[in-house]
Design a binder for this molecule. Structure first.
Ligand SMILES: C=C(O[C@@H]1C=C(C(=O)O)C=C[C@H]1O)C(=O)O
Ligand SMILES: NC(=O)CC[C@H](N)C(=O)O
Length: 733
């Protein structure tokens, strides 16, 4: 066996932690290359001839049950390898359960399922636990395997006390080179039980292979074609940077007291017939606010999933450009490649570029999960709605500097004119008020129906199909009022100021946001790195509640930390999938204060390997990571399928993202929550505005249905403030 260049085959059962496991193997087994296949990609007959080119197989975790053939695919057959095909195998969670039950062990459901929980693992220091002290490790499982069989030797346990008693945590086959662990070695909170165990497995695998004089055949090109490139594989399109053709011109005005609302009004936000976009850092930790000055000729890009063309609007002129063989993501990337610009001010995150929204279903579609058949009848909103911004103002709320920027050649006259308008304007605090004639009807989700969905979600958690499900529901508002949407936004901003606030009037949709959650931001090359800031854990700001008590309630809660941990692990996987090895959790479960709630926020960062940089990398991360994990649950694909069956309507803009892609190469996209949106045809036809507000929360096995209903209402309440709507009743808010 060639130990210098080991080759691993990692079988993925559609889990959201697979790339974390690949990264751990890469660290544990120096110089190894890893090929990842799905468990239904090859039959055992197709796989067998390839095995001689691999040093070992890793069988990953996954949703479902090891005794359901569709859930494990080829894994079931792998244990039946004949002696001459034998190869060392290491199974994780679902992979381990399969190992045990295929060798005579019993599969049982845990009485109390363990998702995202840290447990002490006991072992007697033998075999793959050699040289290890007691370890703590993260568990994501609903089933466990009982090794009442001659063939499996138990190696580790945990003690769940009255909940589940002693639960098998690791074992090996007595005669064949098969090992496995029930816990997750790749989780960010697993200690030495992660890296060390894989190193020990590898040492045992090498020893076994040497004893058998097993040699490794080269991977021929035919096999390579079947398997695809090894991980980490950076897409060739990520390895070159476009040449910059365009230049940004900037002028800076120092204005004490400048506020984003006044600036928007100077830039004609009150002309409701025209599009307008504002990305507003209305609260800490937000810093820059971006206000576009759109032209009648500004390009608007609209796309509905399923369309073969993209709709391009410039004022009243509309045309359709065929996507030909491209998808919408590559089409946009190509547009931005030609728009690449230089020379903008280095302190300013946005110099011009695309601003707008991407729907939740756009991400669902990327995951290959079927959408509702009739979606276009019930959801008229575009799945992509972006405008190309050539002129904009960026307000640095920390320094009160306003950066006036243009991508148009020699646009100095507009810049000078705008600077003059700002200098002569007397800034005041623009107040919004509700028109007393406003009448609002609020159609809340039905409580008993929502609670029964929470219970159904929990059944999926019990059956091992998901570890966490972010269940949501839409609230519909019928508003008869003469309050323009801009005034409505000001009300929202006042009642629920948030770091990722936004006013996006992008016909046919108007979207108002008071989101606290950044999804992904990426800095401009050459130092491009990506940052994700998932939120899980929400606590109402009750009078007298201090940061310390919020911390105690959130960080001290096993349930809340588990919810957050699952999403952190999922996002690490999403990032490892695009960027390769360099992914790090920079902040775990910190408490942040917002206007009406405390939130628990983690920060995960990643970058391309040294020497590589590309202005498309952030876009690629976005494409591969939608919908946001915090809005789906884990494992993402199965969770999204379940949510599609539980939720009655498209989420549409809610749970998607909004933000920008700057011509300088950076970008920033926030999660579209605590937001509302409406379609312009509603108002035109009936004089009634129909607004939609989505809200929800992560359901885990530990969730109390009533508390989850209350949490959903709490999130909703922040947005209802913009409508002066009768507050929904809940026990706790
Ligand atoms: C589902 C929503 O929020 C999501 C769920 C959270 C939670 O479960 O604590 C927190 C932030 C969001 O990721 C929402 O605001 O509607
Ligand atoms: N993480 C996993 O692989 C979980 C395995 C299985 N779905 C269970 O719940 O037990």
């Amino acid at each position: 066996m060639t130990i210098q260049h080991p080759r691993l085959l990692l079988i993925d059962s559609y889990d959201s932690f697979t790339f974390n496991l690949a990264a751990l193997c890469h660290t544990a087994i120096p110089d190894c290359s890893i090929h990842i296949i799905k468990n239904d990609q090859l039959t055992i007959a197709e796989l067998l001839p390839l095995l001689k080119s691999f040093s070992a197989i890793i069988i990953g975790p996954g949703p479902g049950s090891p005794d359901i053939p569709d859930d494990v695919g080829v894994v079931k057959d792998i244990w039946r390898l004949s002696d001459c095909d034998l190869i060392p195998i290491f199974g994780v969670c679902l992979g381990f359960q399969s190992l045990v039950i295929e060798h005579g062990g019993q599969l049982r459901r845990l009485r109390v399922v363990k998702h995202g929980q840290v447990s002490e693992i006991f072992h007697d220091g033998r075999d793959i636990f050699q040289n290890l002290d007691q370890i703590t490790a993260v568990r994501y499982h609903s089933y466990h395997a009982e090794p009442y069989t001659q063939q499996i030797e138990p190696l580790a346990w945990t003690d769940d006390g009255v909940e589940n008693g002693s639960v098998l945590m690791a074992g090996r086959h007595r005669t064949r080179p098969f090992w496995g662990v029930q816990y997750h070695p790749e989780s960010v909170l697993t200690d030495d039980g992660g890296l060390h165990i894989l190193r020990n497995f590898w040492a045992s695998a090498v020893e076994w292979s040497q004893k058998r004089a097993r040699s490794l055949s080269p991977l021929d090109s035919h096999s390579f074609n079947i398997l695809g490139p090894s991980w980490p594989h950076l897409k060739p399109s990520l390895l070159s940077t476009s040449h910059c053709m365009n230049s940004v011109i900037t002028s800076i005005v120092q204005l004490s007291g400048a506020n984003v609302l006044d600036i928007s009004e100077i830039l004609n936000v009150n002309d409701h017939k025209s599009p307008f976009v504002l990305l507003d850092s209305a609260a800490s930790p937000g810093r820059f606010s971006i206000i576009a000055s759109l032209l009648p000729s500004s390009l608007q890009i609209l796309y509905y999933i399923g369309d073969v063309s993209v709709t391009l609007k410039r004022g009243s002129s509309v045309c359709h450009e065929s996507l030909a063989r491209e998808d919408i993501w590559s089409w946009i990337a190509r547009l931005m490649r030609s728009a690449r610009a230089i020379n903008g001010h280095p302190d300013v995150p946005f110099w011009g570029g695309l601003i707008g929204t991407l729907s939740y279903e756009l991400g669902v579609h990327t995951l290959d999960v079927p959408l509702r058949n009739n979606r276009r009848d019930t959801n008229p909103h575009p799945d992509v709605n972006l405008v190309y911004v050539q002129r904009c103002l960026v307000l640095d709320t920390f320094t009160s500097k306003v950066y006036i920027q243009s991508l148009l050649p020699d646009d100095w006259a507009w810049i000078a004119d705008t600077a003059d308008q700002l200098r002569t304007h007397s800034f005041r605090s623009t107040e919004a008020s509700l028109n007393s004639k406003t009448s609002v009807q609020v159609e809340l989700p039905d409580r008993s129906c929502y609670i029964s969905k929470i219970k159904r979600a929990q059944e999926y958690l019990q059956s091992g199909d998901s570890y966490e499900l972010c269940l949501t529901a839409n609230t519909h508002l019928s508003v008869r009022s003469s309050v323009p949407t801009w005034e409505r936004y000001k009300l929202l901003r006042r009642s629920n100021p948030a770091p990722y606030s936004a006013y996006l009037r992008l016909h046919p949709t108007t979207f108002l946001s008071s989101s606290p959650e950044r999804f992904v931001s990426y800095s401009r090359p050459p130092d491009s790195f990506c940052q994700l800031r998932p939120i899980k854990g929400t606590m109402r700001k009750a009078p007298g509640m201090t940061r310390a008590s919020a911390e105690q309630a959130l960080r001290g809660s096993q349930k809340e930390v588990a919810e957050n941990l699952m999403i952190v692990d999922l996002i690490r996987h999403d990032l490892h999938g695009v960027l390769g090895l360099d992914v790090e959790v920079k902040q775990f479960c910190a408490i942040e204060e917002y206007e009406t709630v405390w939130q628990m926020v983690s920060v995960i960062e990643g970058r391309l390997p040294a020497g590589h940089c590309h202005d498309k990398v952030g876009w690629e991360v976005l494409r591969q990571s939608l919908p946001p994990g915090s809005m789906t649950g884990a494992p993402k694909k199965r969770s999204v399928e379940i949510l599609q069956s539980l939720e009655e309507e498209d989420r549409s803009l809610y749970s998607g993202v909004f933000g920008y892609w700057c011509v300088g190469g950076g970008g920033d996209w926030s999660v579209a929550i605590r937001s509302c949106f409406k379609h312009e045809s509603d108002t035109q036809e009936s004089g009634l505005e129909n607004w939609v507000i989505g809200a929800g929360g992560a359901i885990t096995a530990l969730s109390d249905p009533q508390a989850e209903w209350d949490e959903m209402l709490l999130k909703l309440k922040g947005v209802l403030g913009a409508f002066g709507a009768v507050k929904p009743r809940c026990h706790d808010c």
